[in-house]
Ligand binder design. Structure first.
Ligand SMILES: *Cc1c(COP(=O)(O)O)cnc(C)c1O
Length: 385
């Protein structure tokens, strides 16, 4: 948990570290340090997987700011007041939300237009409220975002998901905050309206599940009718060990939580520090998976959230004498790409799908050409303000 919260030297590239150290040594003023930090930040791929260019939907000719719609059934909502967090994890792929660089920030001020958009897209069933951390908001403010989804007008919405780290960092949100009761009552109202309430909780290590407070908080959320699903990236220096994952999934199941995703550390921020090679990630996943009961095996992974979709590494194969990596998509920008097996040349160093080469002498992966077409300007507008 220390490495999760406190920046380590290795999280900056050597040259960037030297730039910053030089400024400090020379007694540079705050503005100079801030400018240098921002220059480094812009080199760290602040918007991986094309999320800002390609995931912001157009509605009646205008972008729906603070919303992402990549996979047909699910939209992500980034409430403006939720763009803060209980703690700033060093590996967070949403780090640009917290830099103070306004152009990088994704935020929605309200959901009047969003409601109209959802109504005109009956295929949308899930709203995932994310951030930041939406549970940083007062219950009153959160309720303002959620309540429109409970109206009969938006009957296509069957599921409200809340992506949060509050269970690890501030379990008191559900126990002793002055609006904890209101929050749990809001959860109950969501259930009364006939919606599924899915808590997408992030735990990176079994130690985060160890306190009495987190156990009580989990129980209270469940009593309010929510289902807690769990996810985490696989992180070098933090949880790159099969025993950690096996223990974590077992603890989660014993607390009535459902293991959901194991992610690969995304290609942003200090990826060089946290990345685990894909082949090793698969081995950690498989070793943990085979050692736990079937009830833990609801988890899927290791999976990369990337431009074309969510790509899962499924296995290492030897096919006609060639060693290859098996892959499939769990989600795709084109839904028809999902669960079509494809293969890359074996590469024990690759940490991201862009470093992989298609196997068997193919020029490109089966989805590449279509992906280029989907992302062509015209379909999506580039050049964001
Ligand atoms: C992961 C993700 C979702 C949710 O996908 P599920 O597989 O339904 O959990 C939705 N939108 C984006 C952009 C995502 O990356």
């Amino acid at each position: 948990m220390f490495i999760t919260i406190f920046p380590q030297k290795g999280m900056l590239r050597e040259e960037d570290y030297q730039t910053m150290a030089g400024l400090f040594r020379a007694g540079a003023d705050n503005q100079a340090i801030k400018n240098a930090a921002n220059q480094i930040r812009l080199k760290l791929n602040p918007h991986p997987a094309g999320q800002q260019e390609y995931n912001t939907p157009l509605f009646e000719g205008k972008h729906l700011n603070g919303v992402q719609h990549k996979y047909r059934q699910t939209i992500l909502l980034f409430p403006q007041q939720g763009q803060n967090c209980h703690a700033f994890c060093t590996f967070c792929f949403r780090w640009p939300q917290f830099t103070g660089i306004e152009e990088l920030k994704i935020a929605s001020c309200g959901n009047h237009r969003l409601s109209a958009y959802i109504k005109s897209h009956p295929e949308i069933t899930d709203v995932l409220i994310t951030g930041g951390d939406p549970l940083i908001m007062k219950t009153k403010v959160l309720a303002g975002y959620i309540e429109p989804f409970l109206s009969p007008e938006l009957s296509n919405i069957t599921t409200i998901r809340i992506g949060t780290r509050a269970l690890s960092y501030w379990p008191y949100r559900f126990l002793t905050d002055n609006d904890s009761e209101d929050l749990l009552n809001l959860f109950k109202r969501i259930r009364k309206a006939g919606k599924h309430l899915a808590f997408m909780a992030q735990f990176n290590h079994p130690n985060e599940l160890a306190t009495e407070e987190v156990k009580q908080a989990i129980a209270r959320i469940q009593e309010a009718g929510a289902i807690i699903r769990t996810q985490s990236p696989l992180l070098n220096h933090i949880n790159a060990d099969a025993n950690i994952w096996a223990e974590m999934w077992q603890k989660q199941v014993s607390l009535n939580c459902i293991p959901y995703y194991m992610f690969i550390a995304r290609n942003t921020g200090a990826q060089h520090y946290f990345a685990v090679p894909l082949v090793e990630a698969l081995e950690i996943f498989r070793t943990a998976y085979k050692s736990v009961s079937g009830l833990c095996r609801t988890v899927r992974g290791p999976s990369m959230s990337c431009l074309p979709g969510k790509i899962q590494i499924t296995g290492i194969h030897e096919i006609y004498g060639q060693k290859v990596i098996g892959l499939q998509m769990l989600q795709g920008r084109n839904p028809d790409w999902v669960r079509r097996p494809f293969f890359a040349e074996y590469d024990e160093n690759a940490t991201w799908y862009t470093e992989l080469k298609p196997a068997f002498g193919e020029e490109q992966f089966f989805f590449s050409e279509e992906l280029d077409q989907i992302l062509e300007p015209g379909e999506f507008e580039t050049g964001f303000e």
